[in-house]
Ligand binder design. Structure first.
Ligand SMILES: [Zn+2]
Length: 366
């Protein structure tokens, strides 16, 4: 029989201490630790490796067969901490004043620790759940999921046969508003649409005066992206979410929340909302953020090209063409002109459903 399992908080601290920064991920030791928690228990555990050797842990708890299987899925890889200032060591798992600190505490070793603890508690009670519970602890989510979720779905679809409900990364996190706690349920997910914009302008020797060159255009584009939101879209799912919260709030909170659902008033309502705005802003707009900019190689040479990579996220029900049209529209007035003149020579889109994704970037309709 396995030793008593750690508490969810203690398990989270243990998981944080595995540096699973992706790339390269190196999720094996972390997943092996999770696997060890199930030693001797009446479950079916498999460690499934992608062709590149990236492991994924799948634990199946037999149920009573009275309900469809339920999926619980989380990932153990984390994003980089390079170049960031941390109050506590990112891989220390420190417990300070009742809070666990570390990379992945939120995204999403906290979720993995909670799900794993729930499964262990269920097993400890000795009462099988109504249906099978499938716990997937995945690799490679932060770099696209090729070696994790995508690998399992393509190579082991039988794992998910009959599954109708799942708990994943989104939702199931407590949200506090107006003195009440809310427990949202995730029913949809935004899709990524990553863009690369290449700006071109006159290059030359940096000893000569130059205005309006590639670097200036780069600055204008970045500032425009920073200043303006993309247009409002009130999807049925977002409307139901806001209405559900508003229904249990008193005035004036209720009216302020419902104003979010009127596209003419949405952005002004968000601006007045303070910290709470962030949770609503991104479900009412596509979002786009510049994350990587490259220009210039030498200190004394004015570059003739600059590239900006944009991390875009599309609301459910939209396609890359819709999204890219909106990004073009908020770019500074001069940028569309650059596009027309070919100064923006390429814009490639990485959304998986993008019809243009298989074309060379220079021909991408996006
Ligand atoms: Zn995540």
């Amino acid at each position: 029989m396995a030793a008593p399992p750690p508490s969810p908080a203690e398990l989270l601290r243990q998981l944080i201490r595995f540096d699973t920064t992706n790339p390269p991920g190196d999720e094996g030791p972390c997943l092996a630790h999770l696997l060890g928690l199930f030693d001797g228990l009446d479950v079916h555990c498999r460690m499934l490796e992608s062709p590149a050797g990236r492991p994924n842990l799948v634990v199946r708890v037999p149920g009573r067969g009275e309900a469809p299987p339920m999926l619980m899925q989380g990932h153990v890889d984390v994003v980089t901490t390079a170049g960031q200032g941390w109050t506590h060591p990112p891989f220390g798992g420190d417990l300070v004043d009742g809070w666990v600190w570390g990379r992945g505490a939120l995204d999403m070793k906290g979720g993995v620790a909670t799900m794993t603890s729930a499964v262990l508690r269920c097993l400890d009670r000795g009462e099988p759940p109504a249906g099978d519970v499938v716990l997937c602890c995945l690799a490679d989510e932060e770099a696209g999921g090729v070696h994790g979720a995508q690998f399992l779905i393509e190579r082991h679809p039988e794992l998910f046969a009959g599954v109708t409900h799942g708990i994943g990364e989104g939702g199931a996190t407590t949200q506090h508003m107006n003195g009440r706690a809310f427990y949202p349920i995730m029913v949809a997910e935004k899709r990524a649409c990553r863009l690369r914009v290449t700006l071109r302008g006159p290059g030359g020797h940096a000893s000569r005066s130059q205005r309006g060159g590639t670097m200036a255009r780069l600055g204008e584009l970045l500032q425009a992206l920073d200043r303006r939101r993309l247009p409002v879209h009130v999807t049925p799912v977002a409307a139901a979410y806001v209405q559900g919260i508003a229904a249990v709030c008193g005035e004036p909170h209720r009216s302020r929340l419902l104003a979010l659902l009127d596209p003419r008033r949405t952005d002004a309502a968000l601006d007045r909302m303070g910290e709470d705005a962030s949770r609503f802003d991104s479900i009412l707009h596509h979002t786009v953020n510049a994350t990587i900019a490259r220009a210039g190689e030498k200190i004394n040479v004015i570059p003739s090209t600059a590239t900006v990579e944009l991390d875009g996220r599309m609301l459910p029900g939209f396609e890359p063409e819709d999204f890219v049209a909106e990004v073009r529209a908020i770019a500074p007035a001069r940028v569309p002109a650059w596009w027309r003149r070919g100064a923006v020579s390429s814009m490639s889109c990485s959304a998986r459903s993008c019809a243009s994704s298989s074309r060379p970037p220079s021909r991408c309709r996006c």
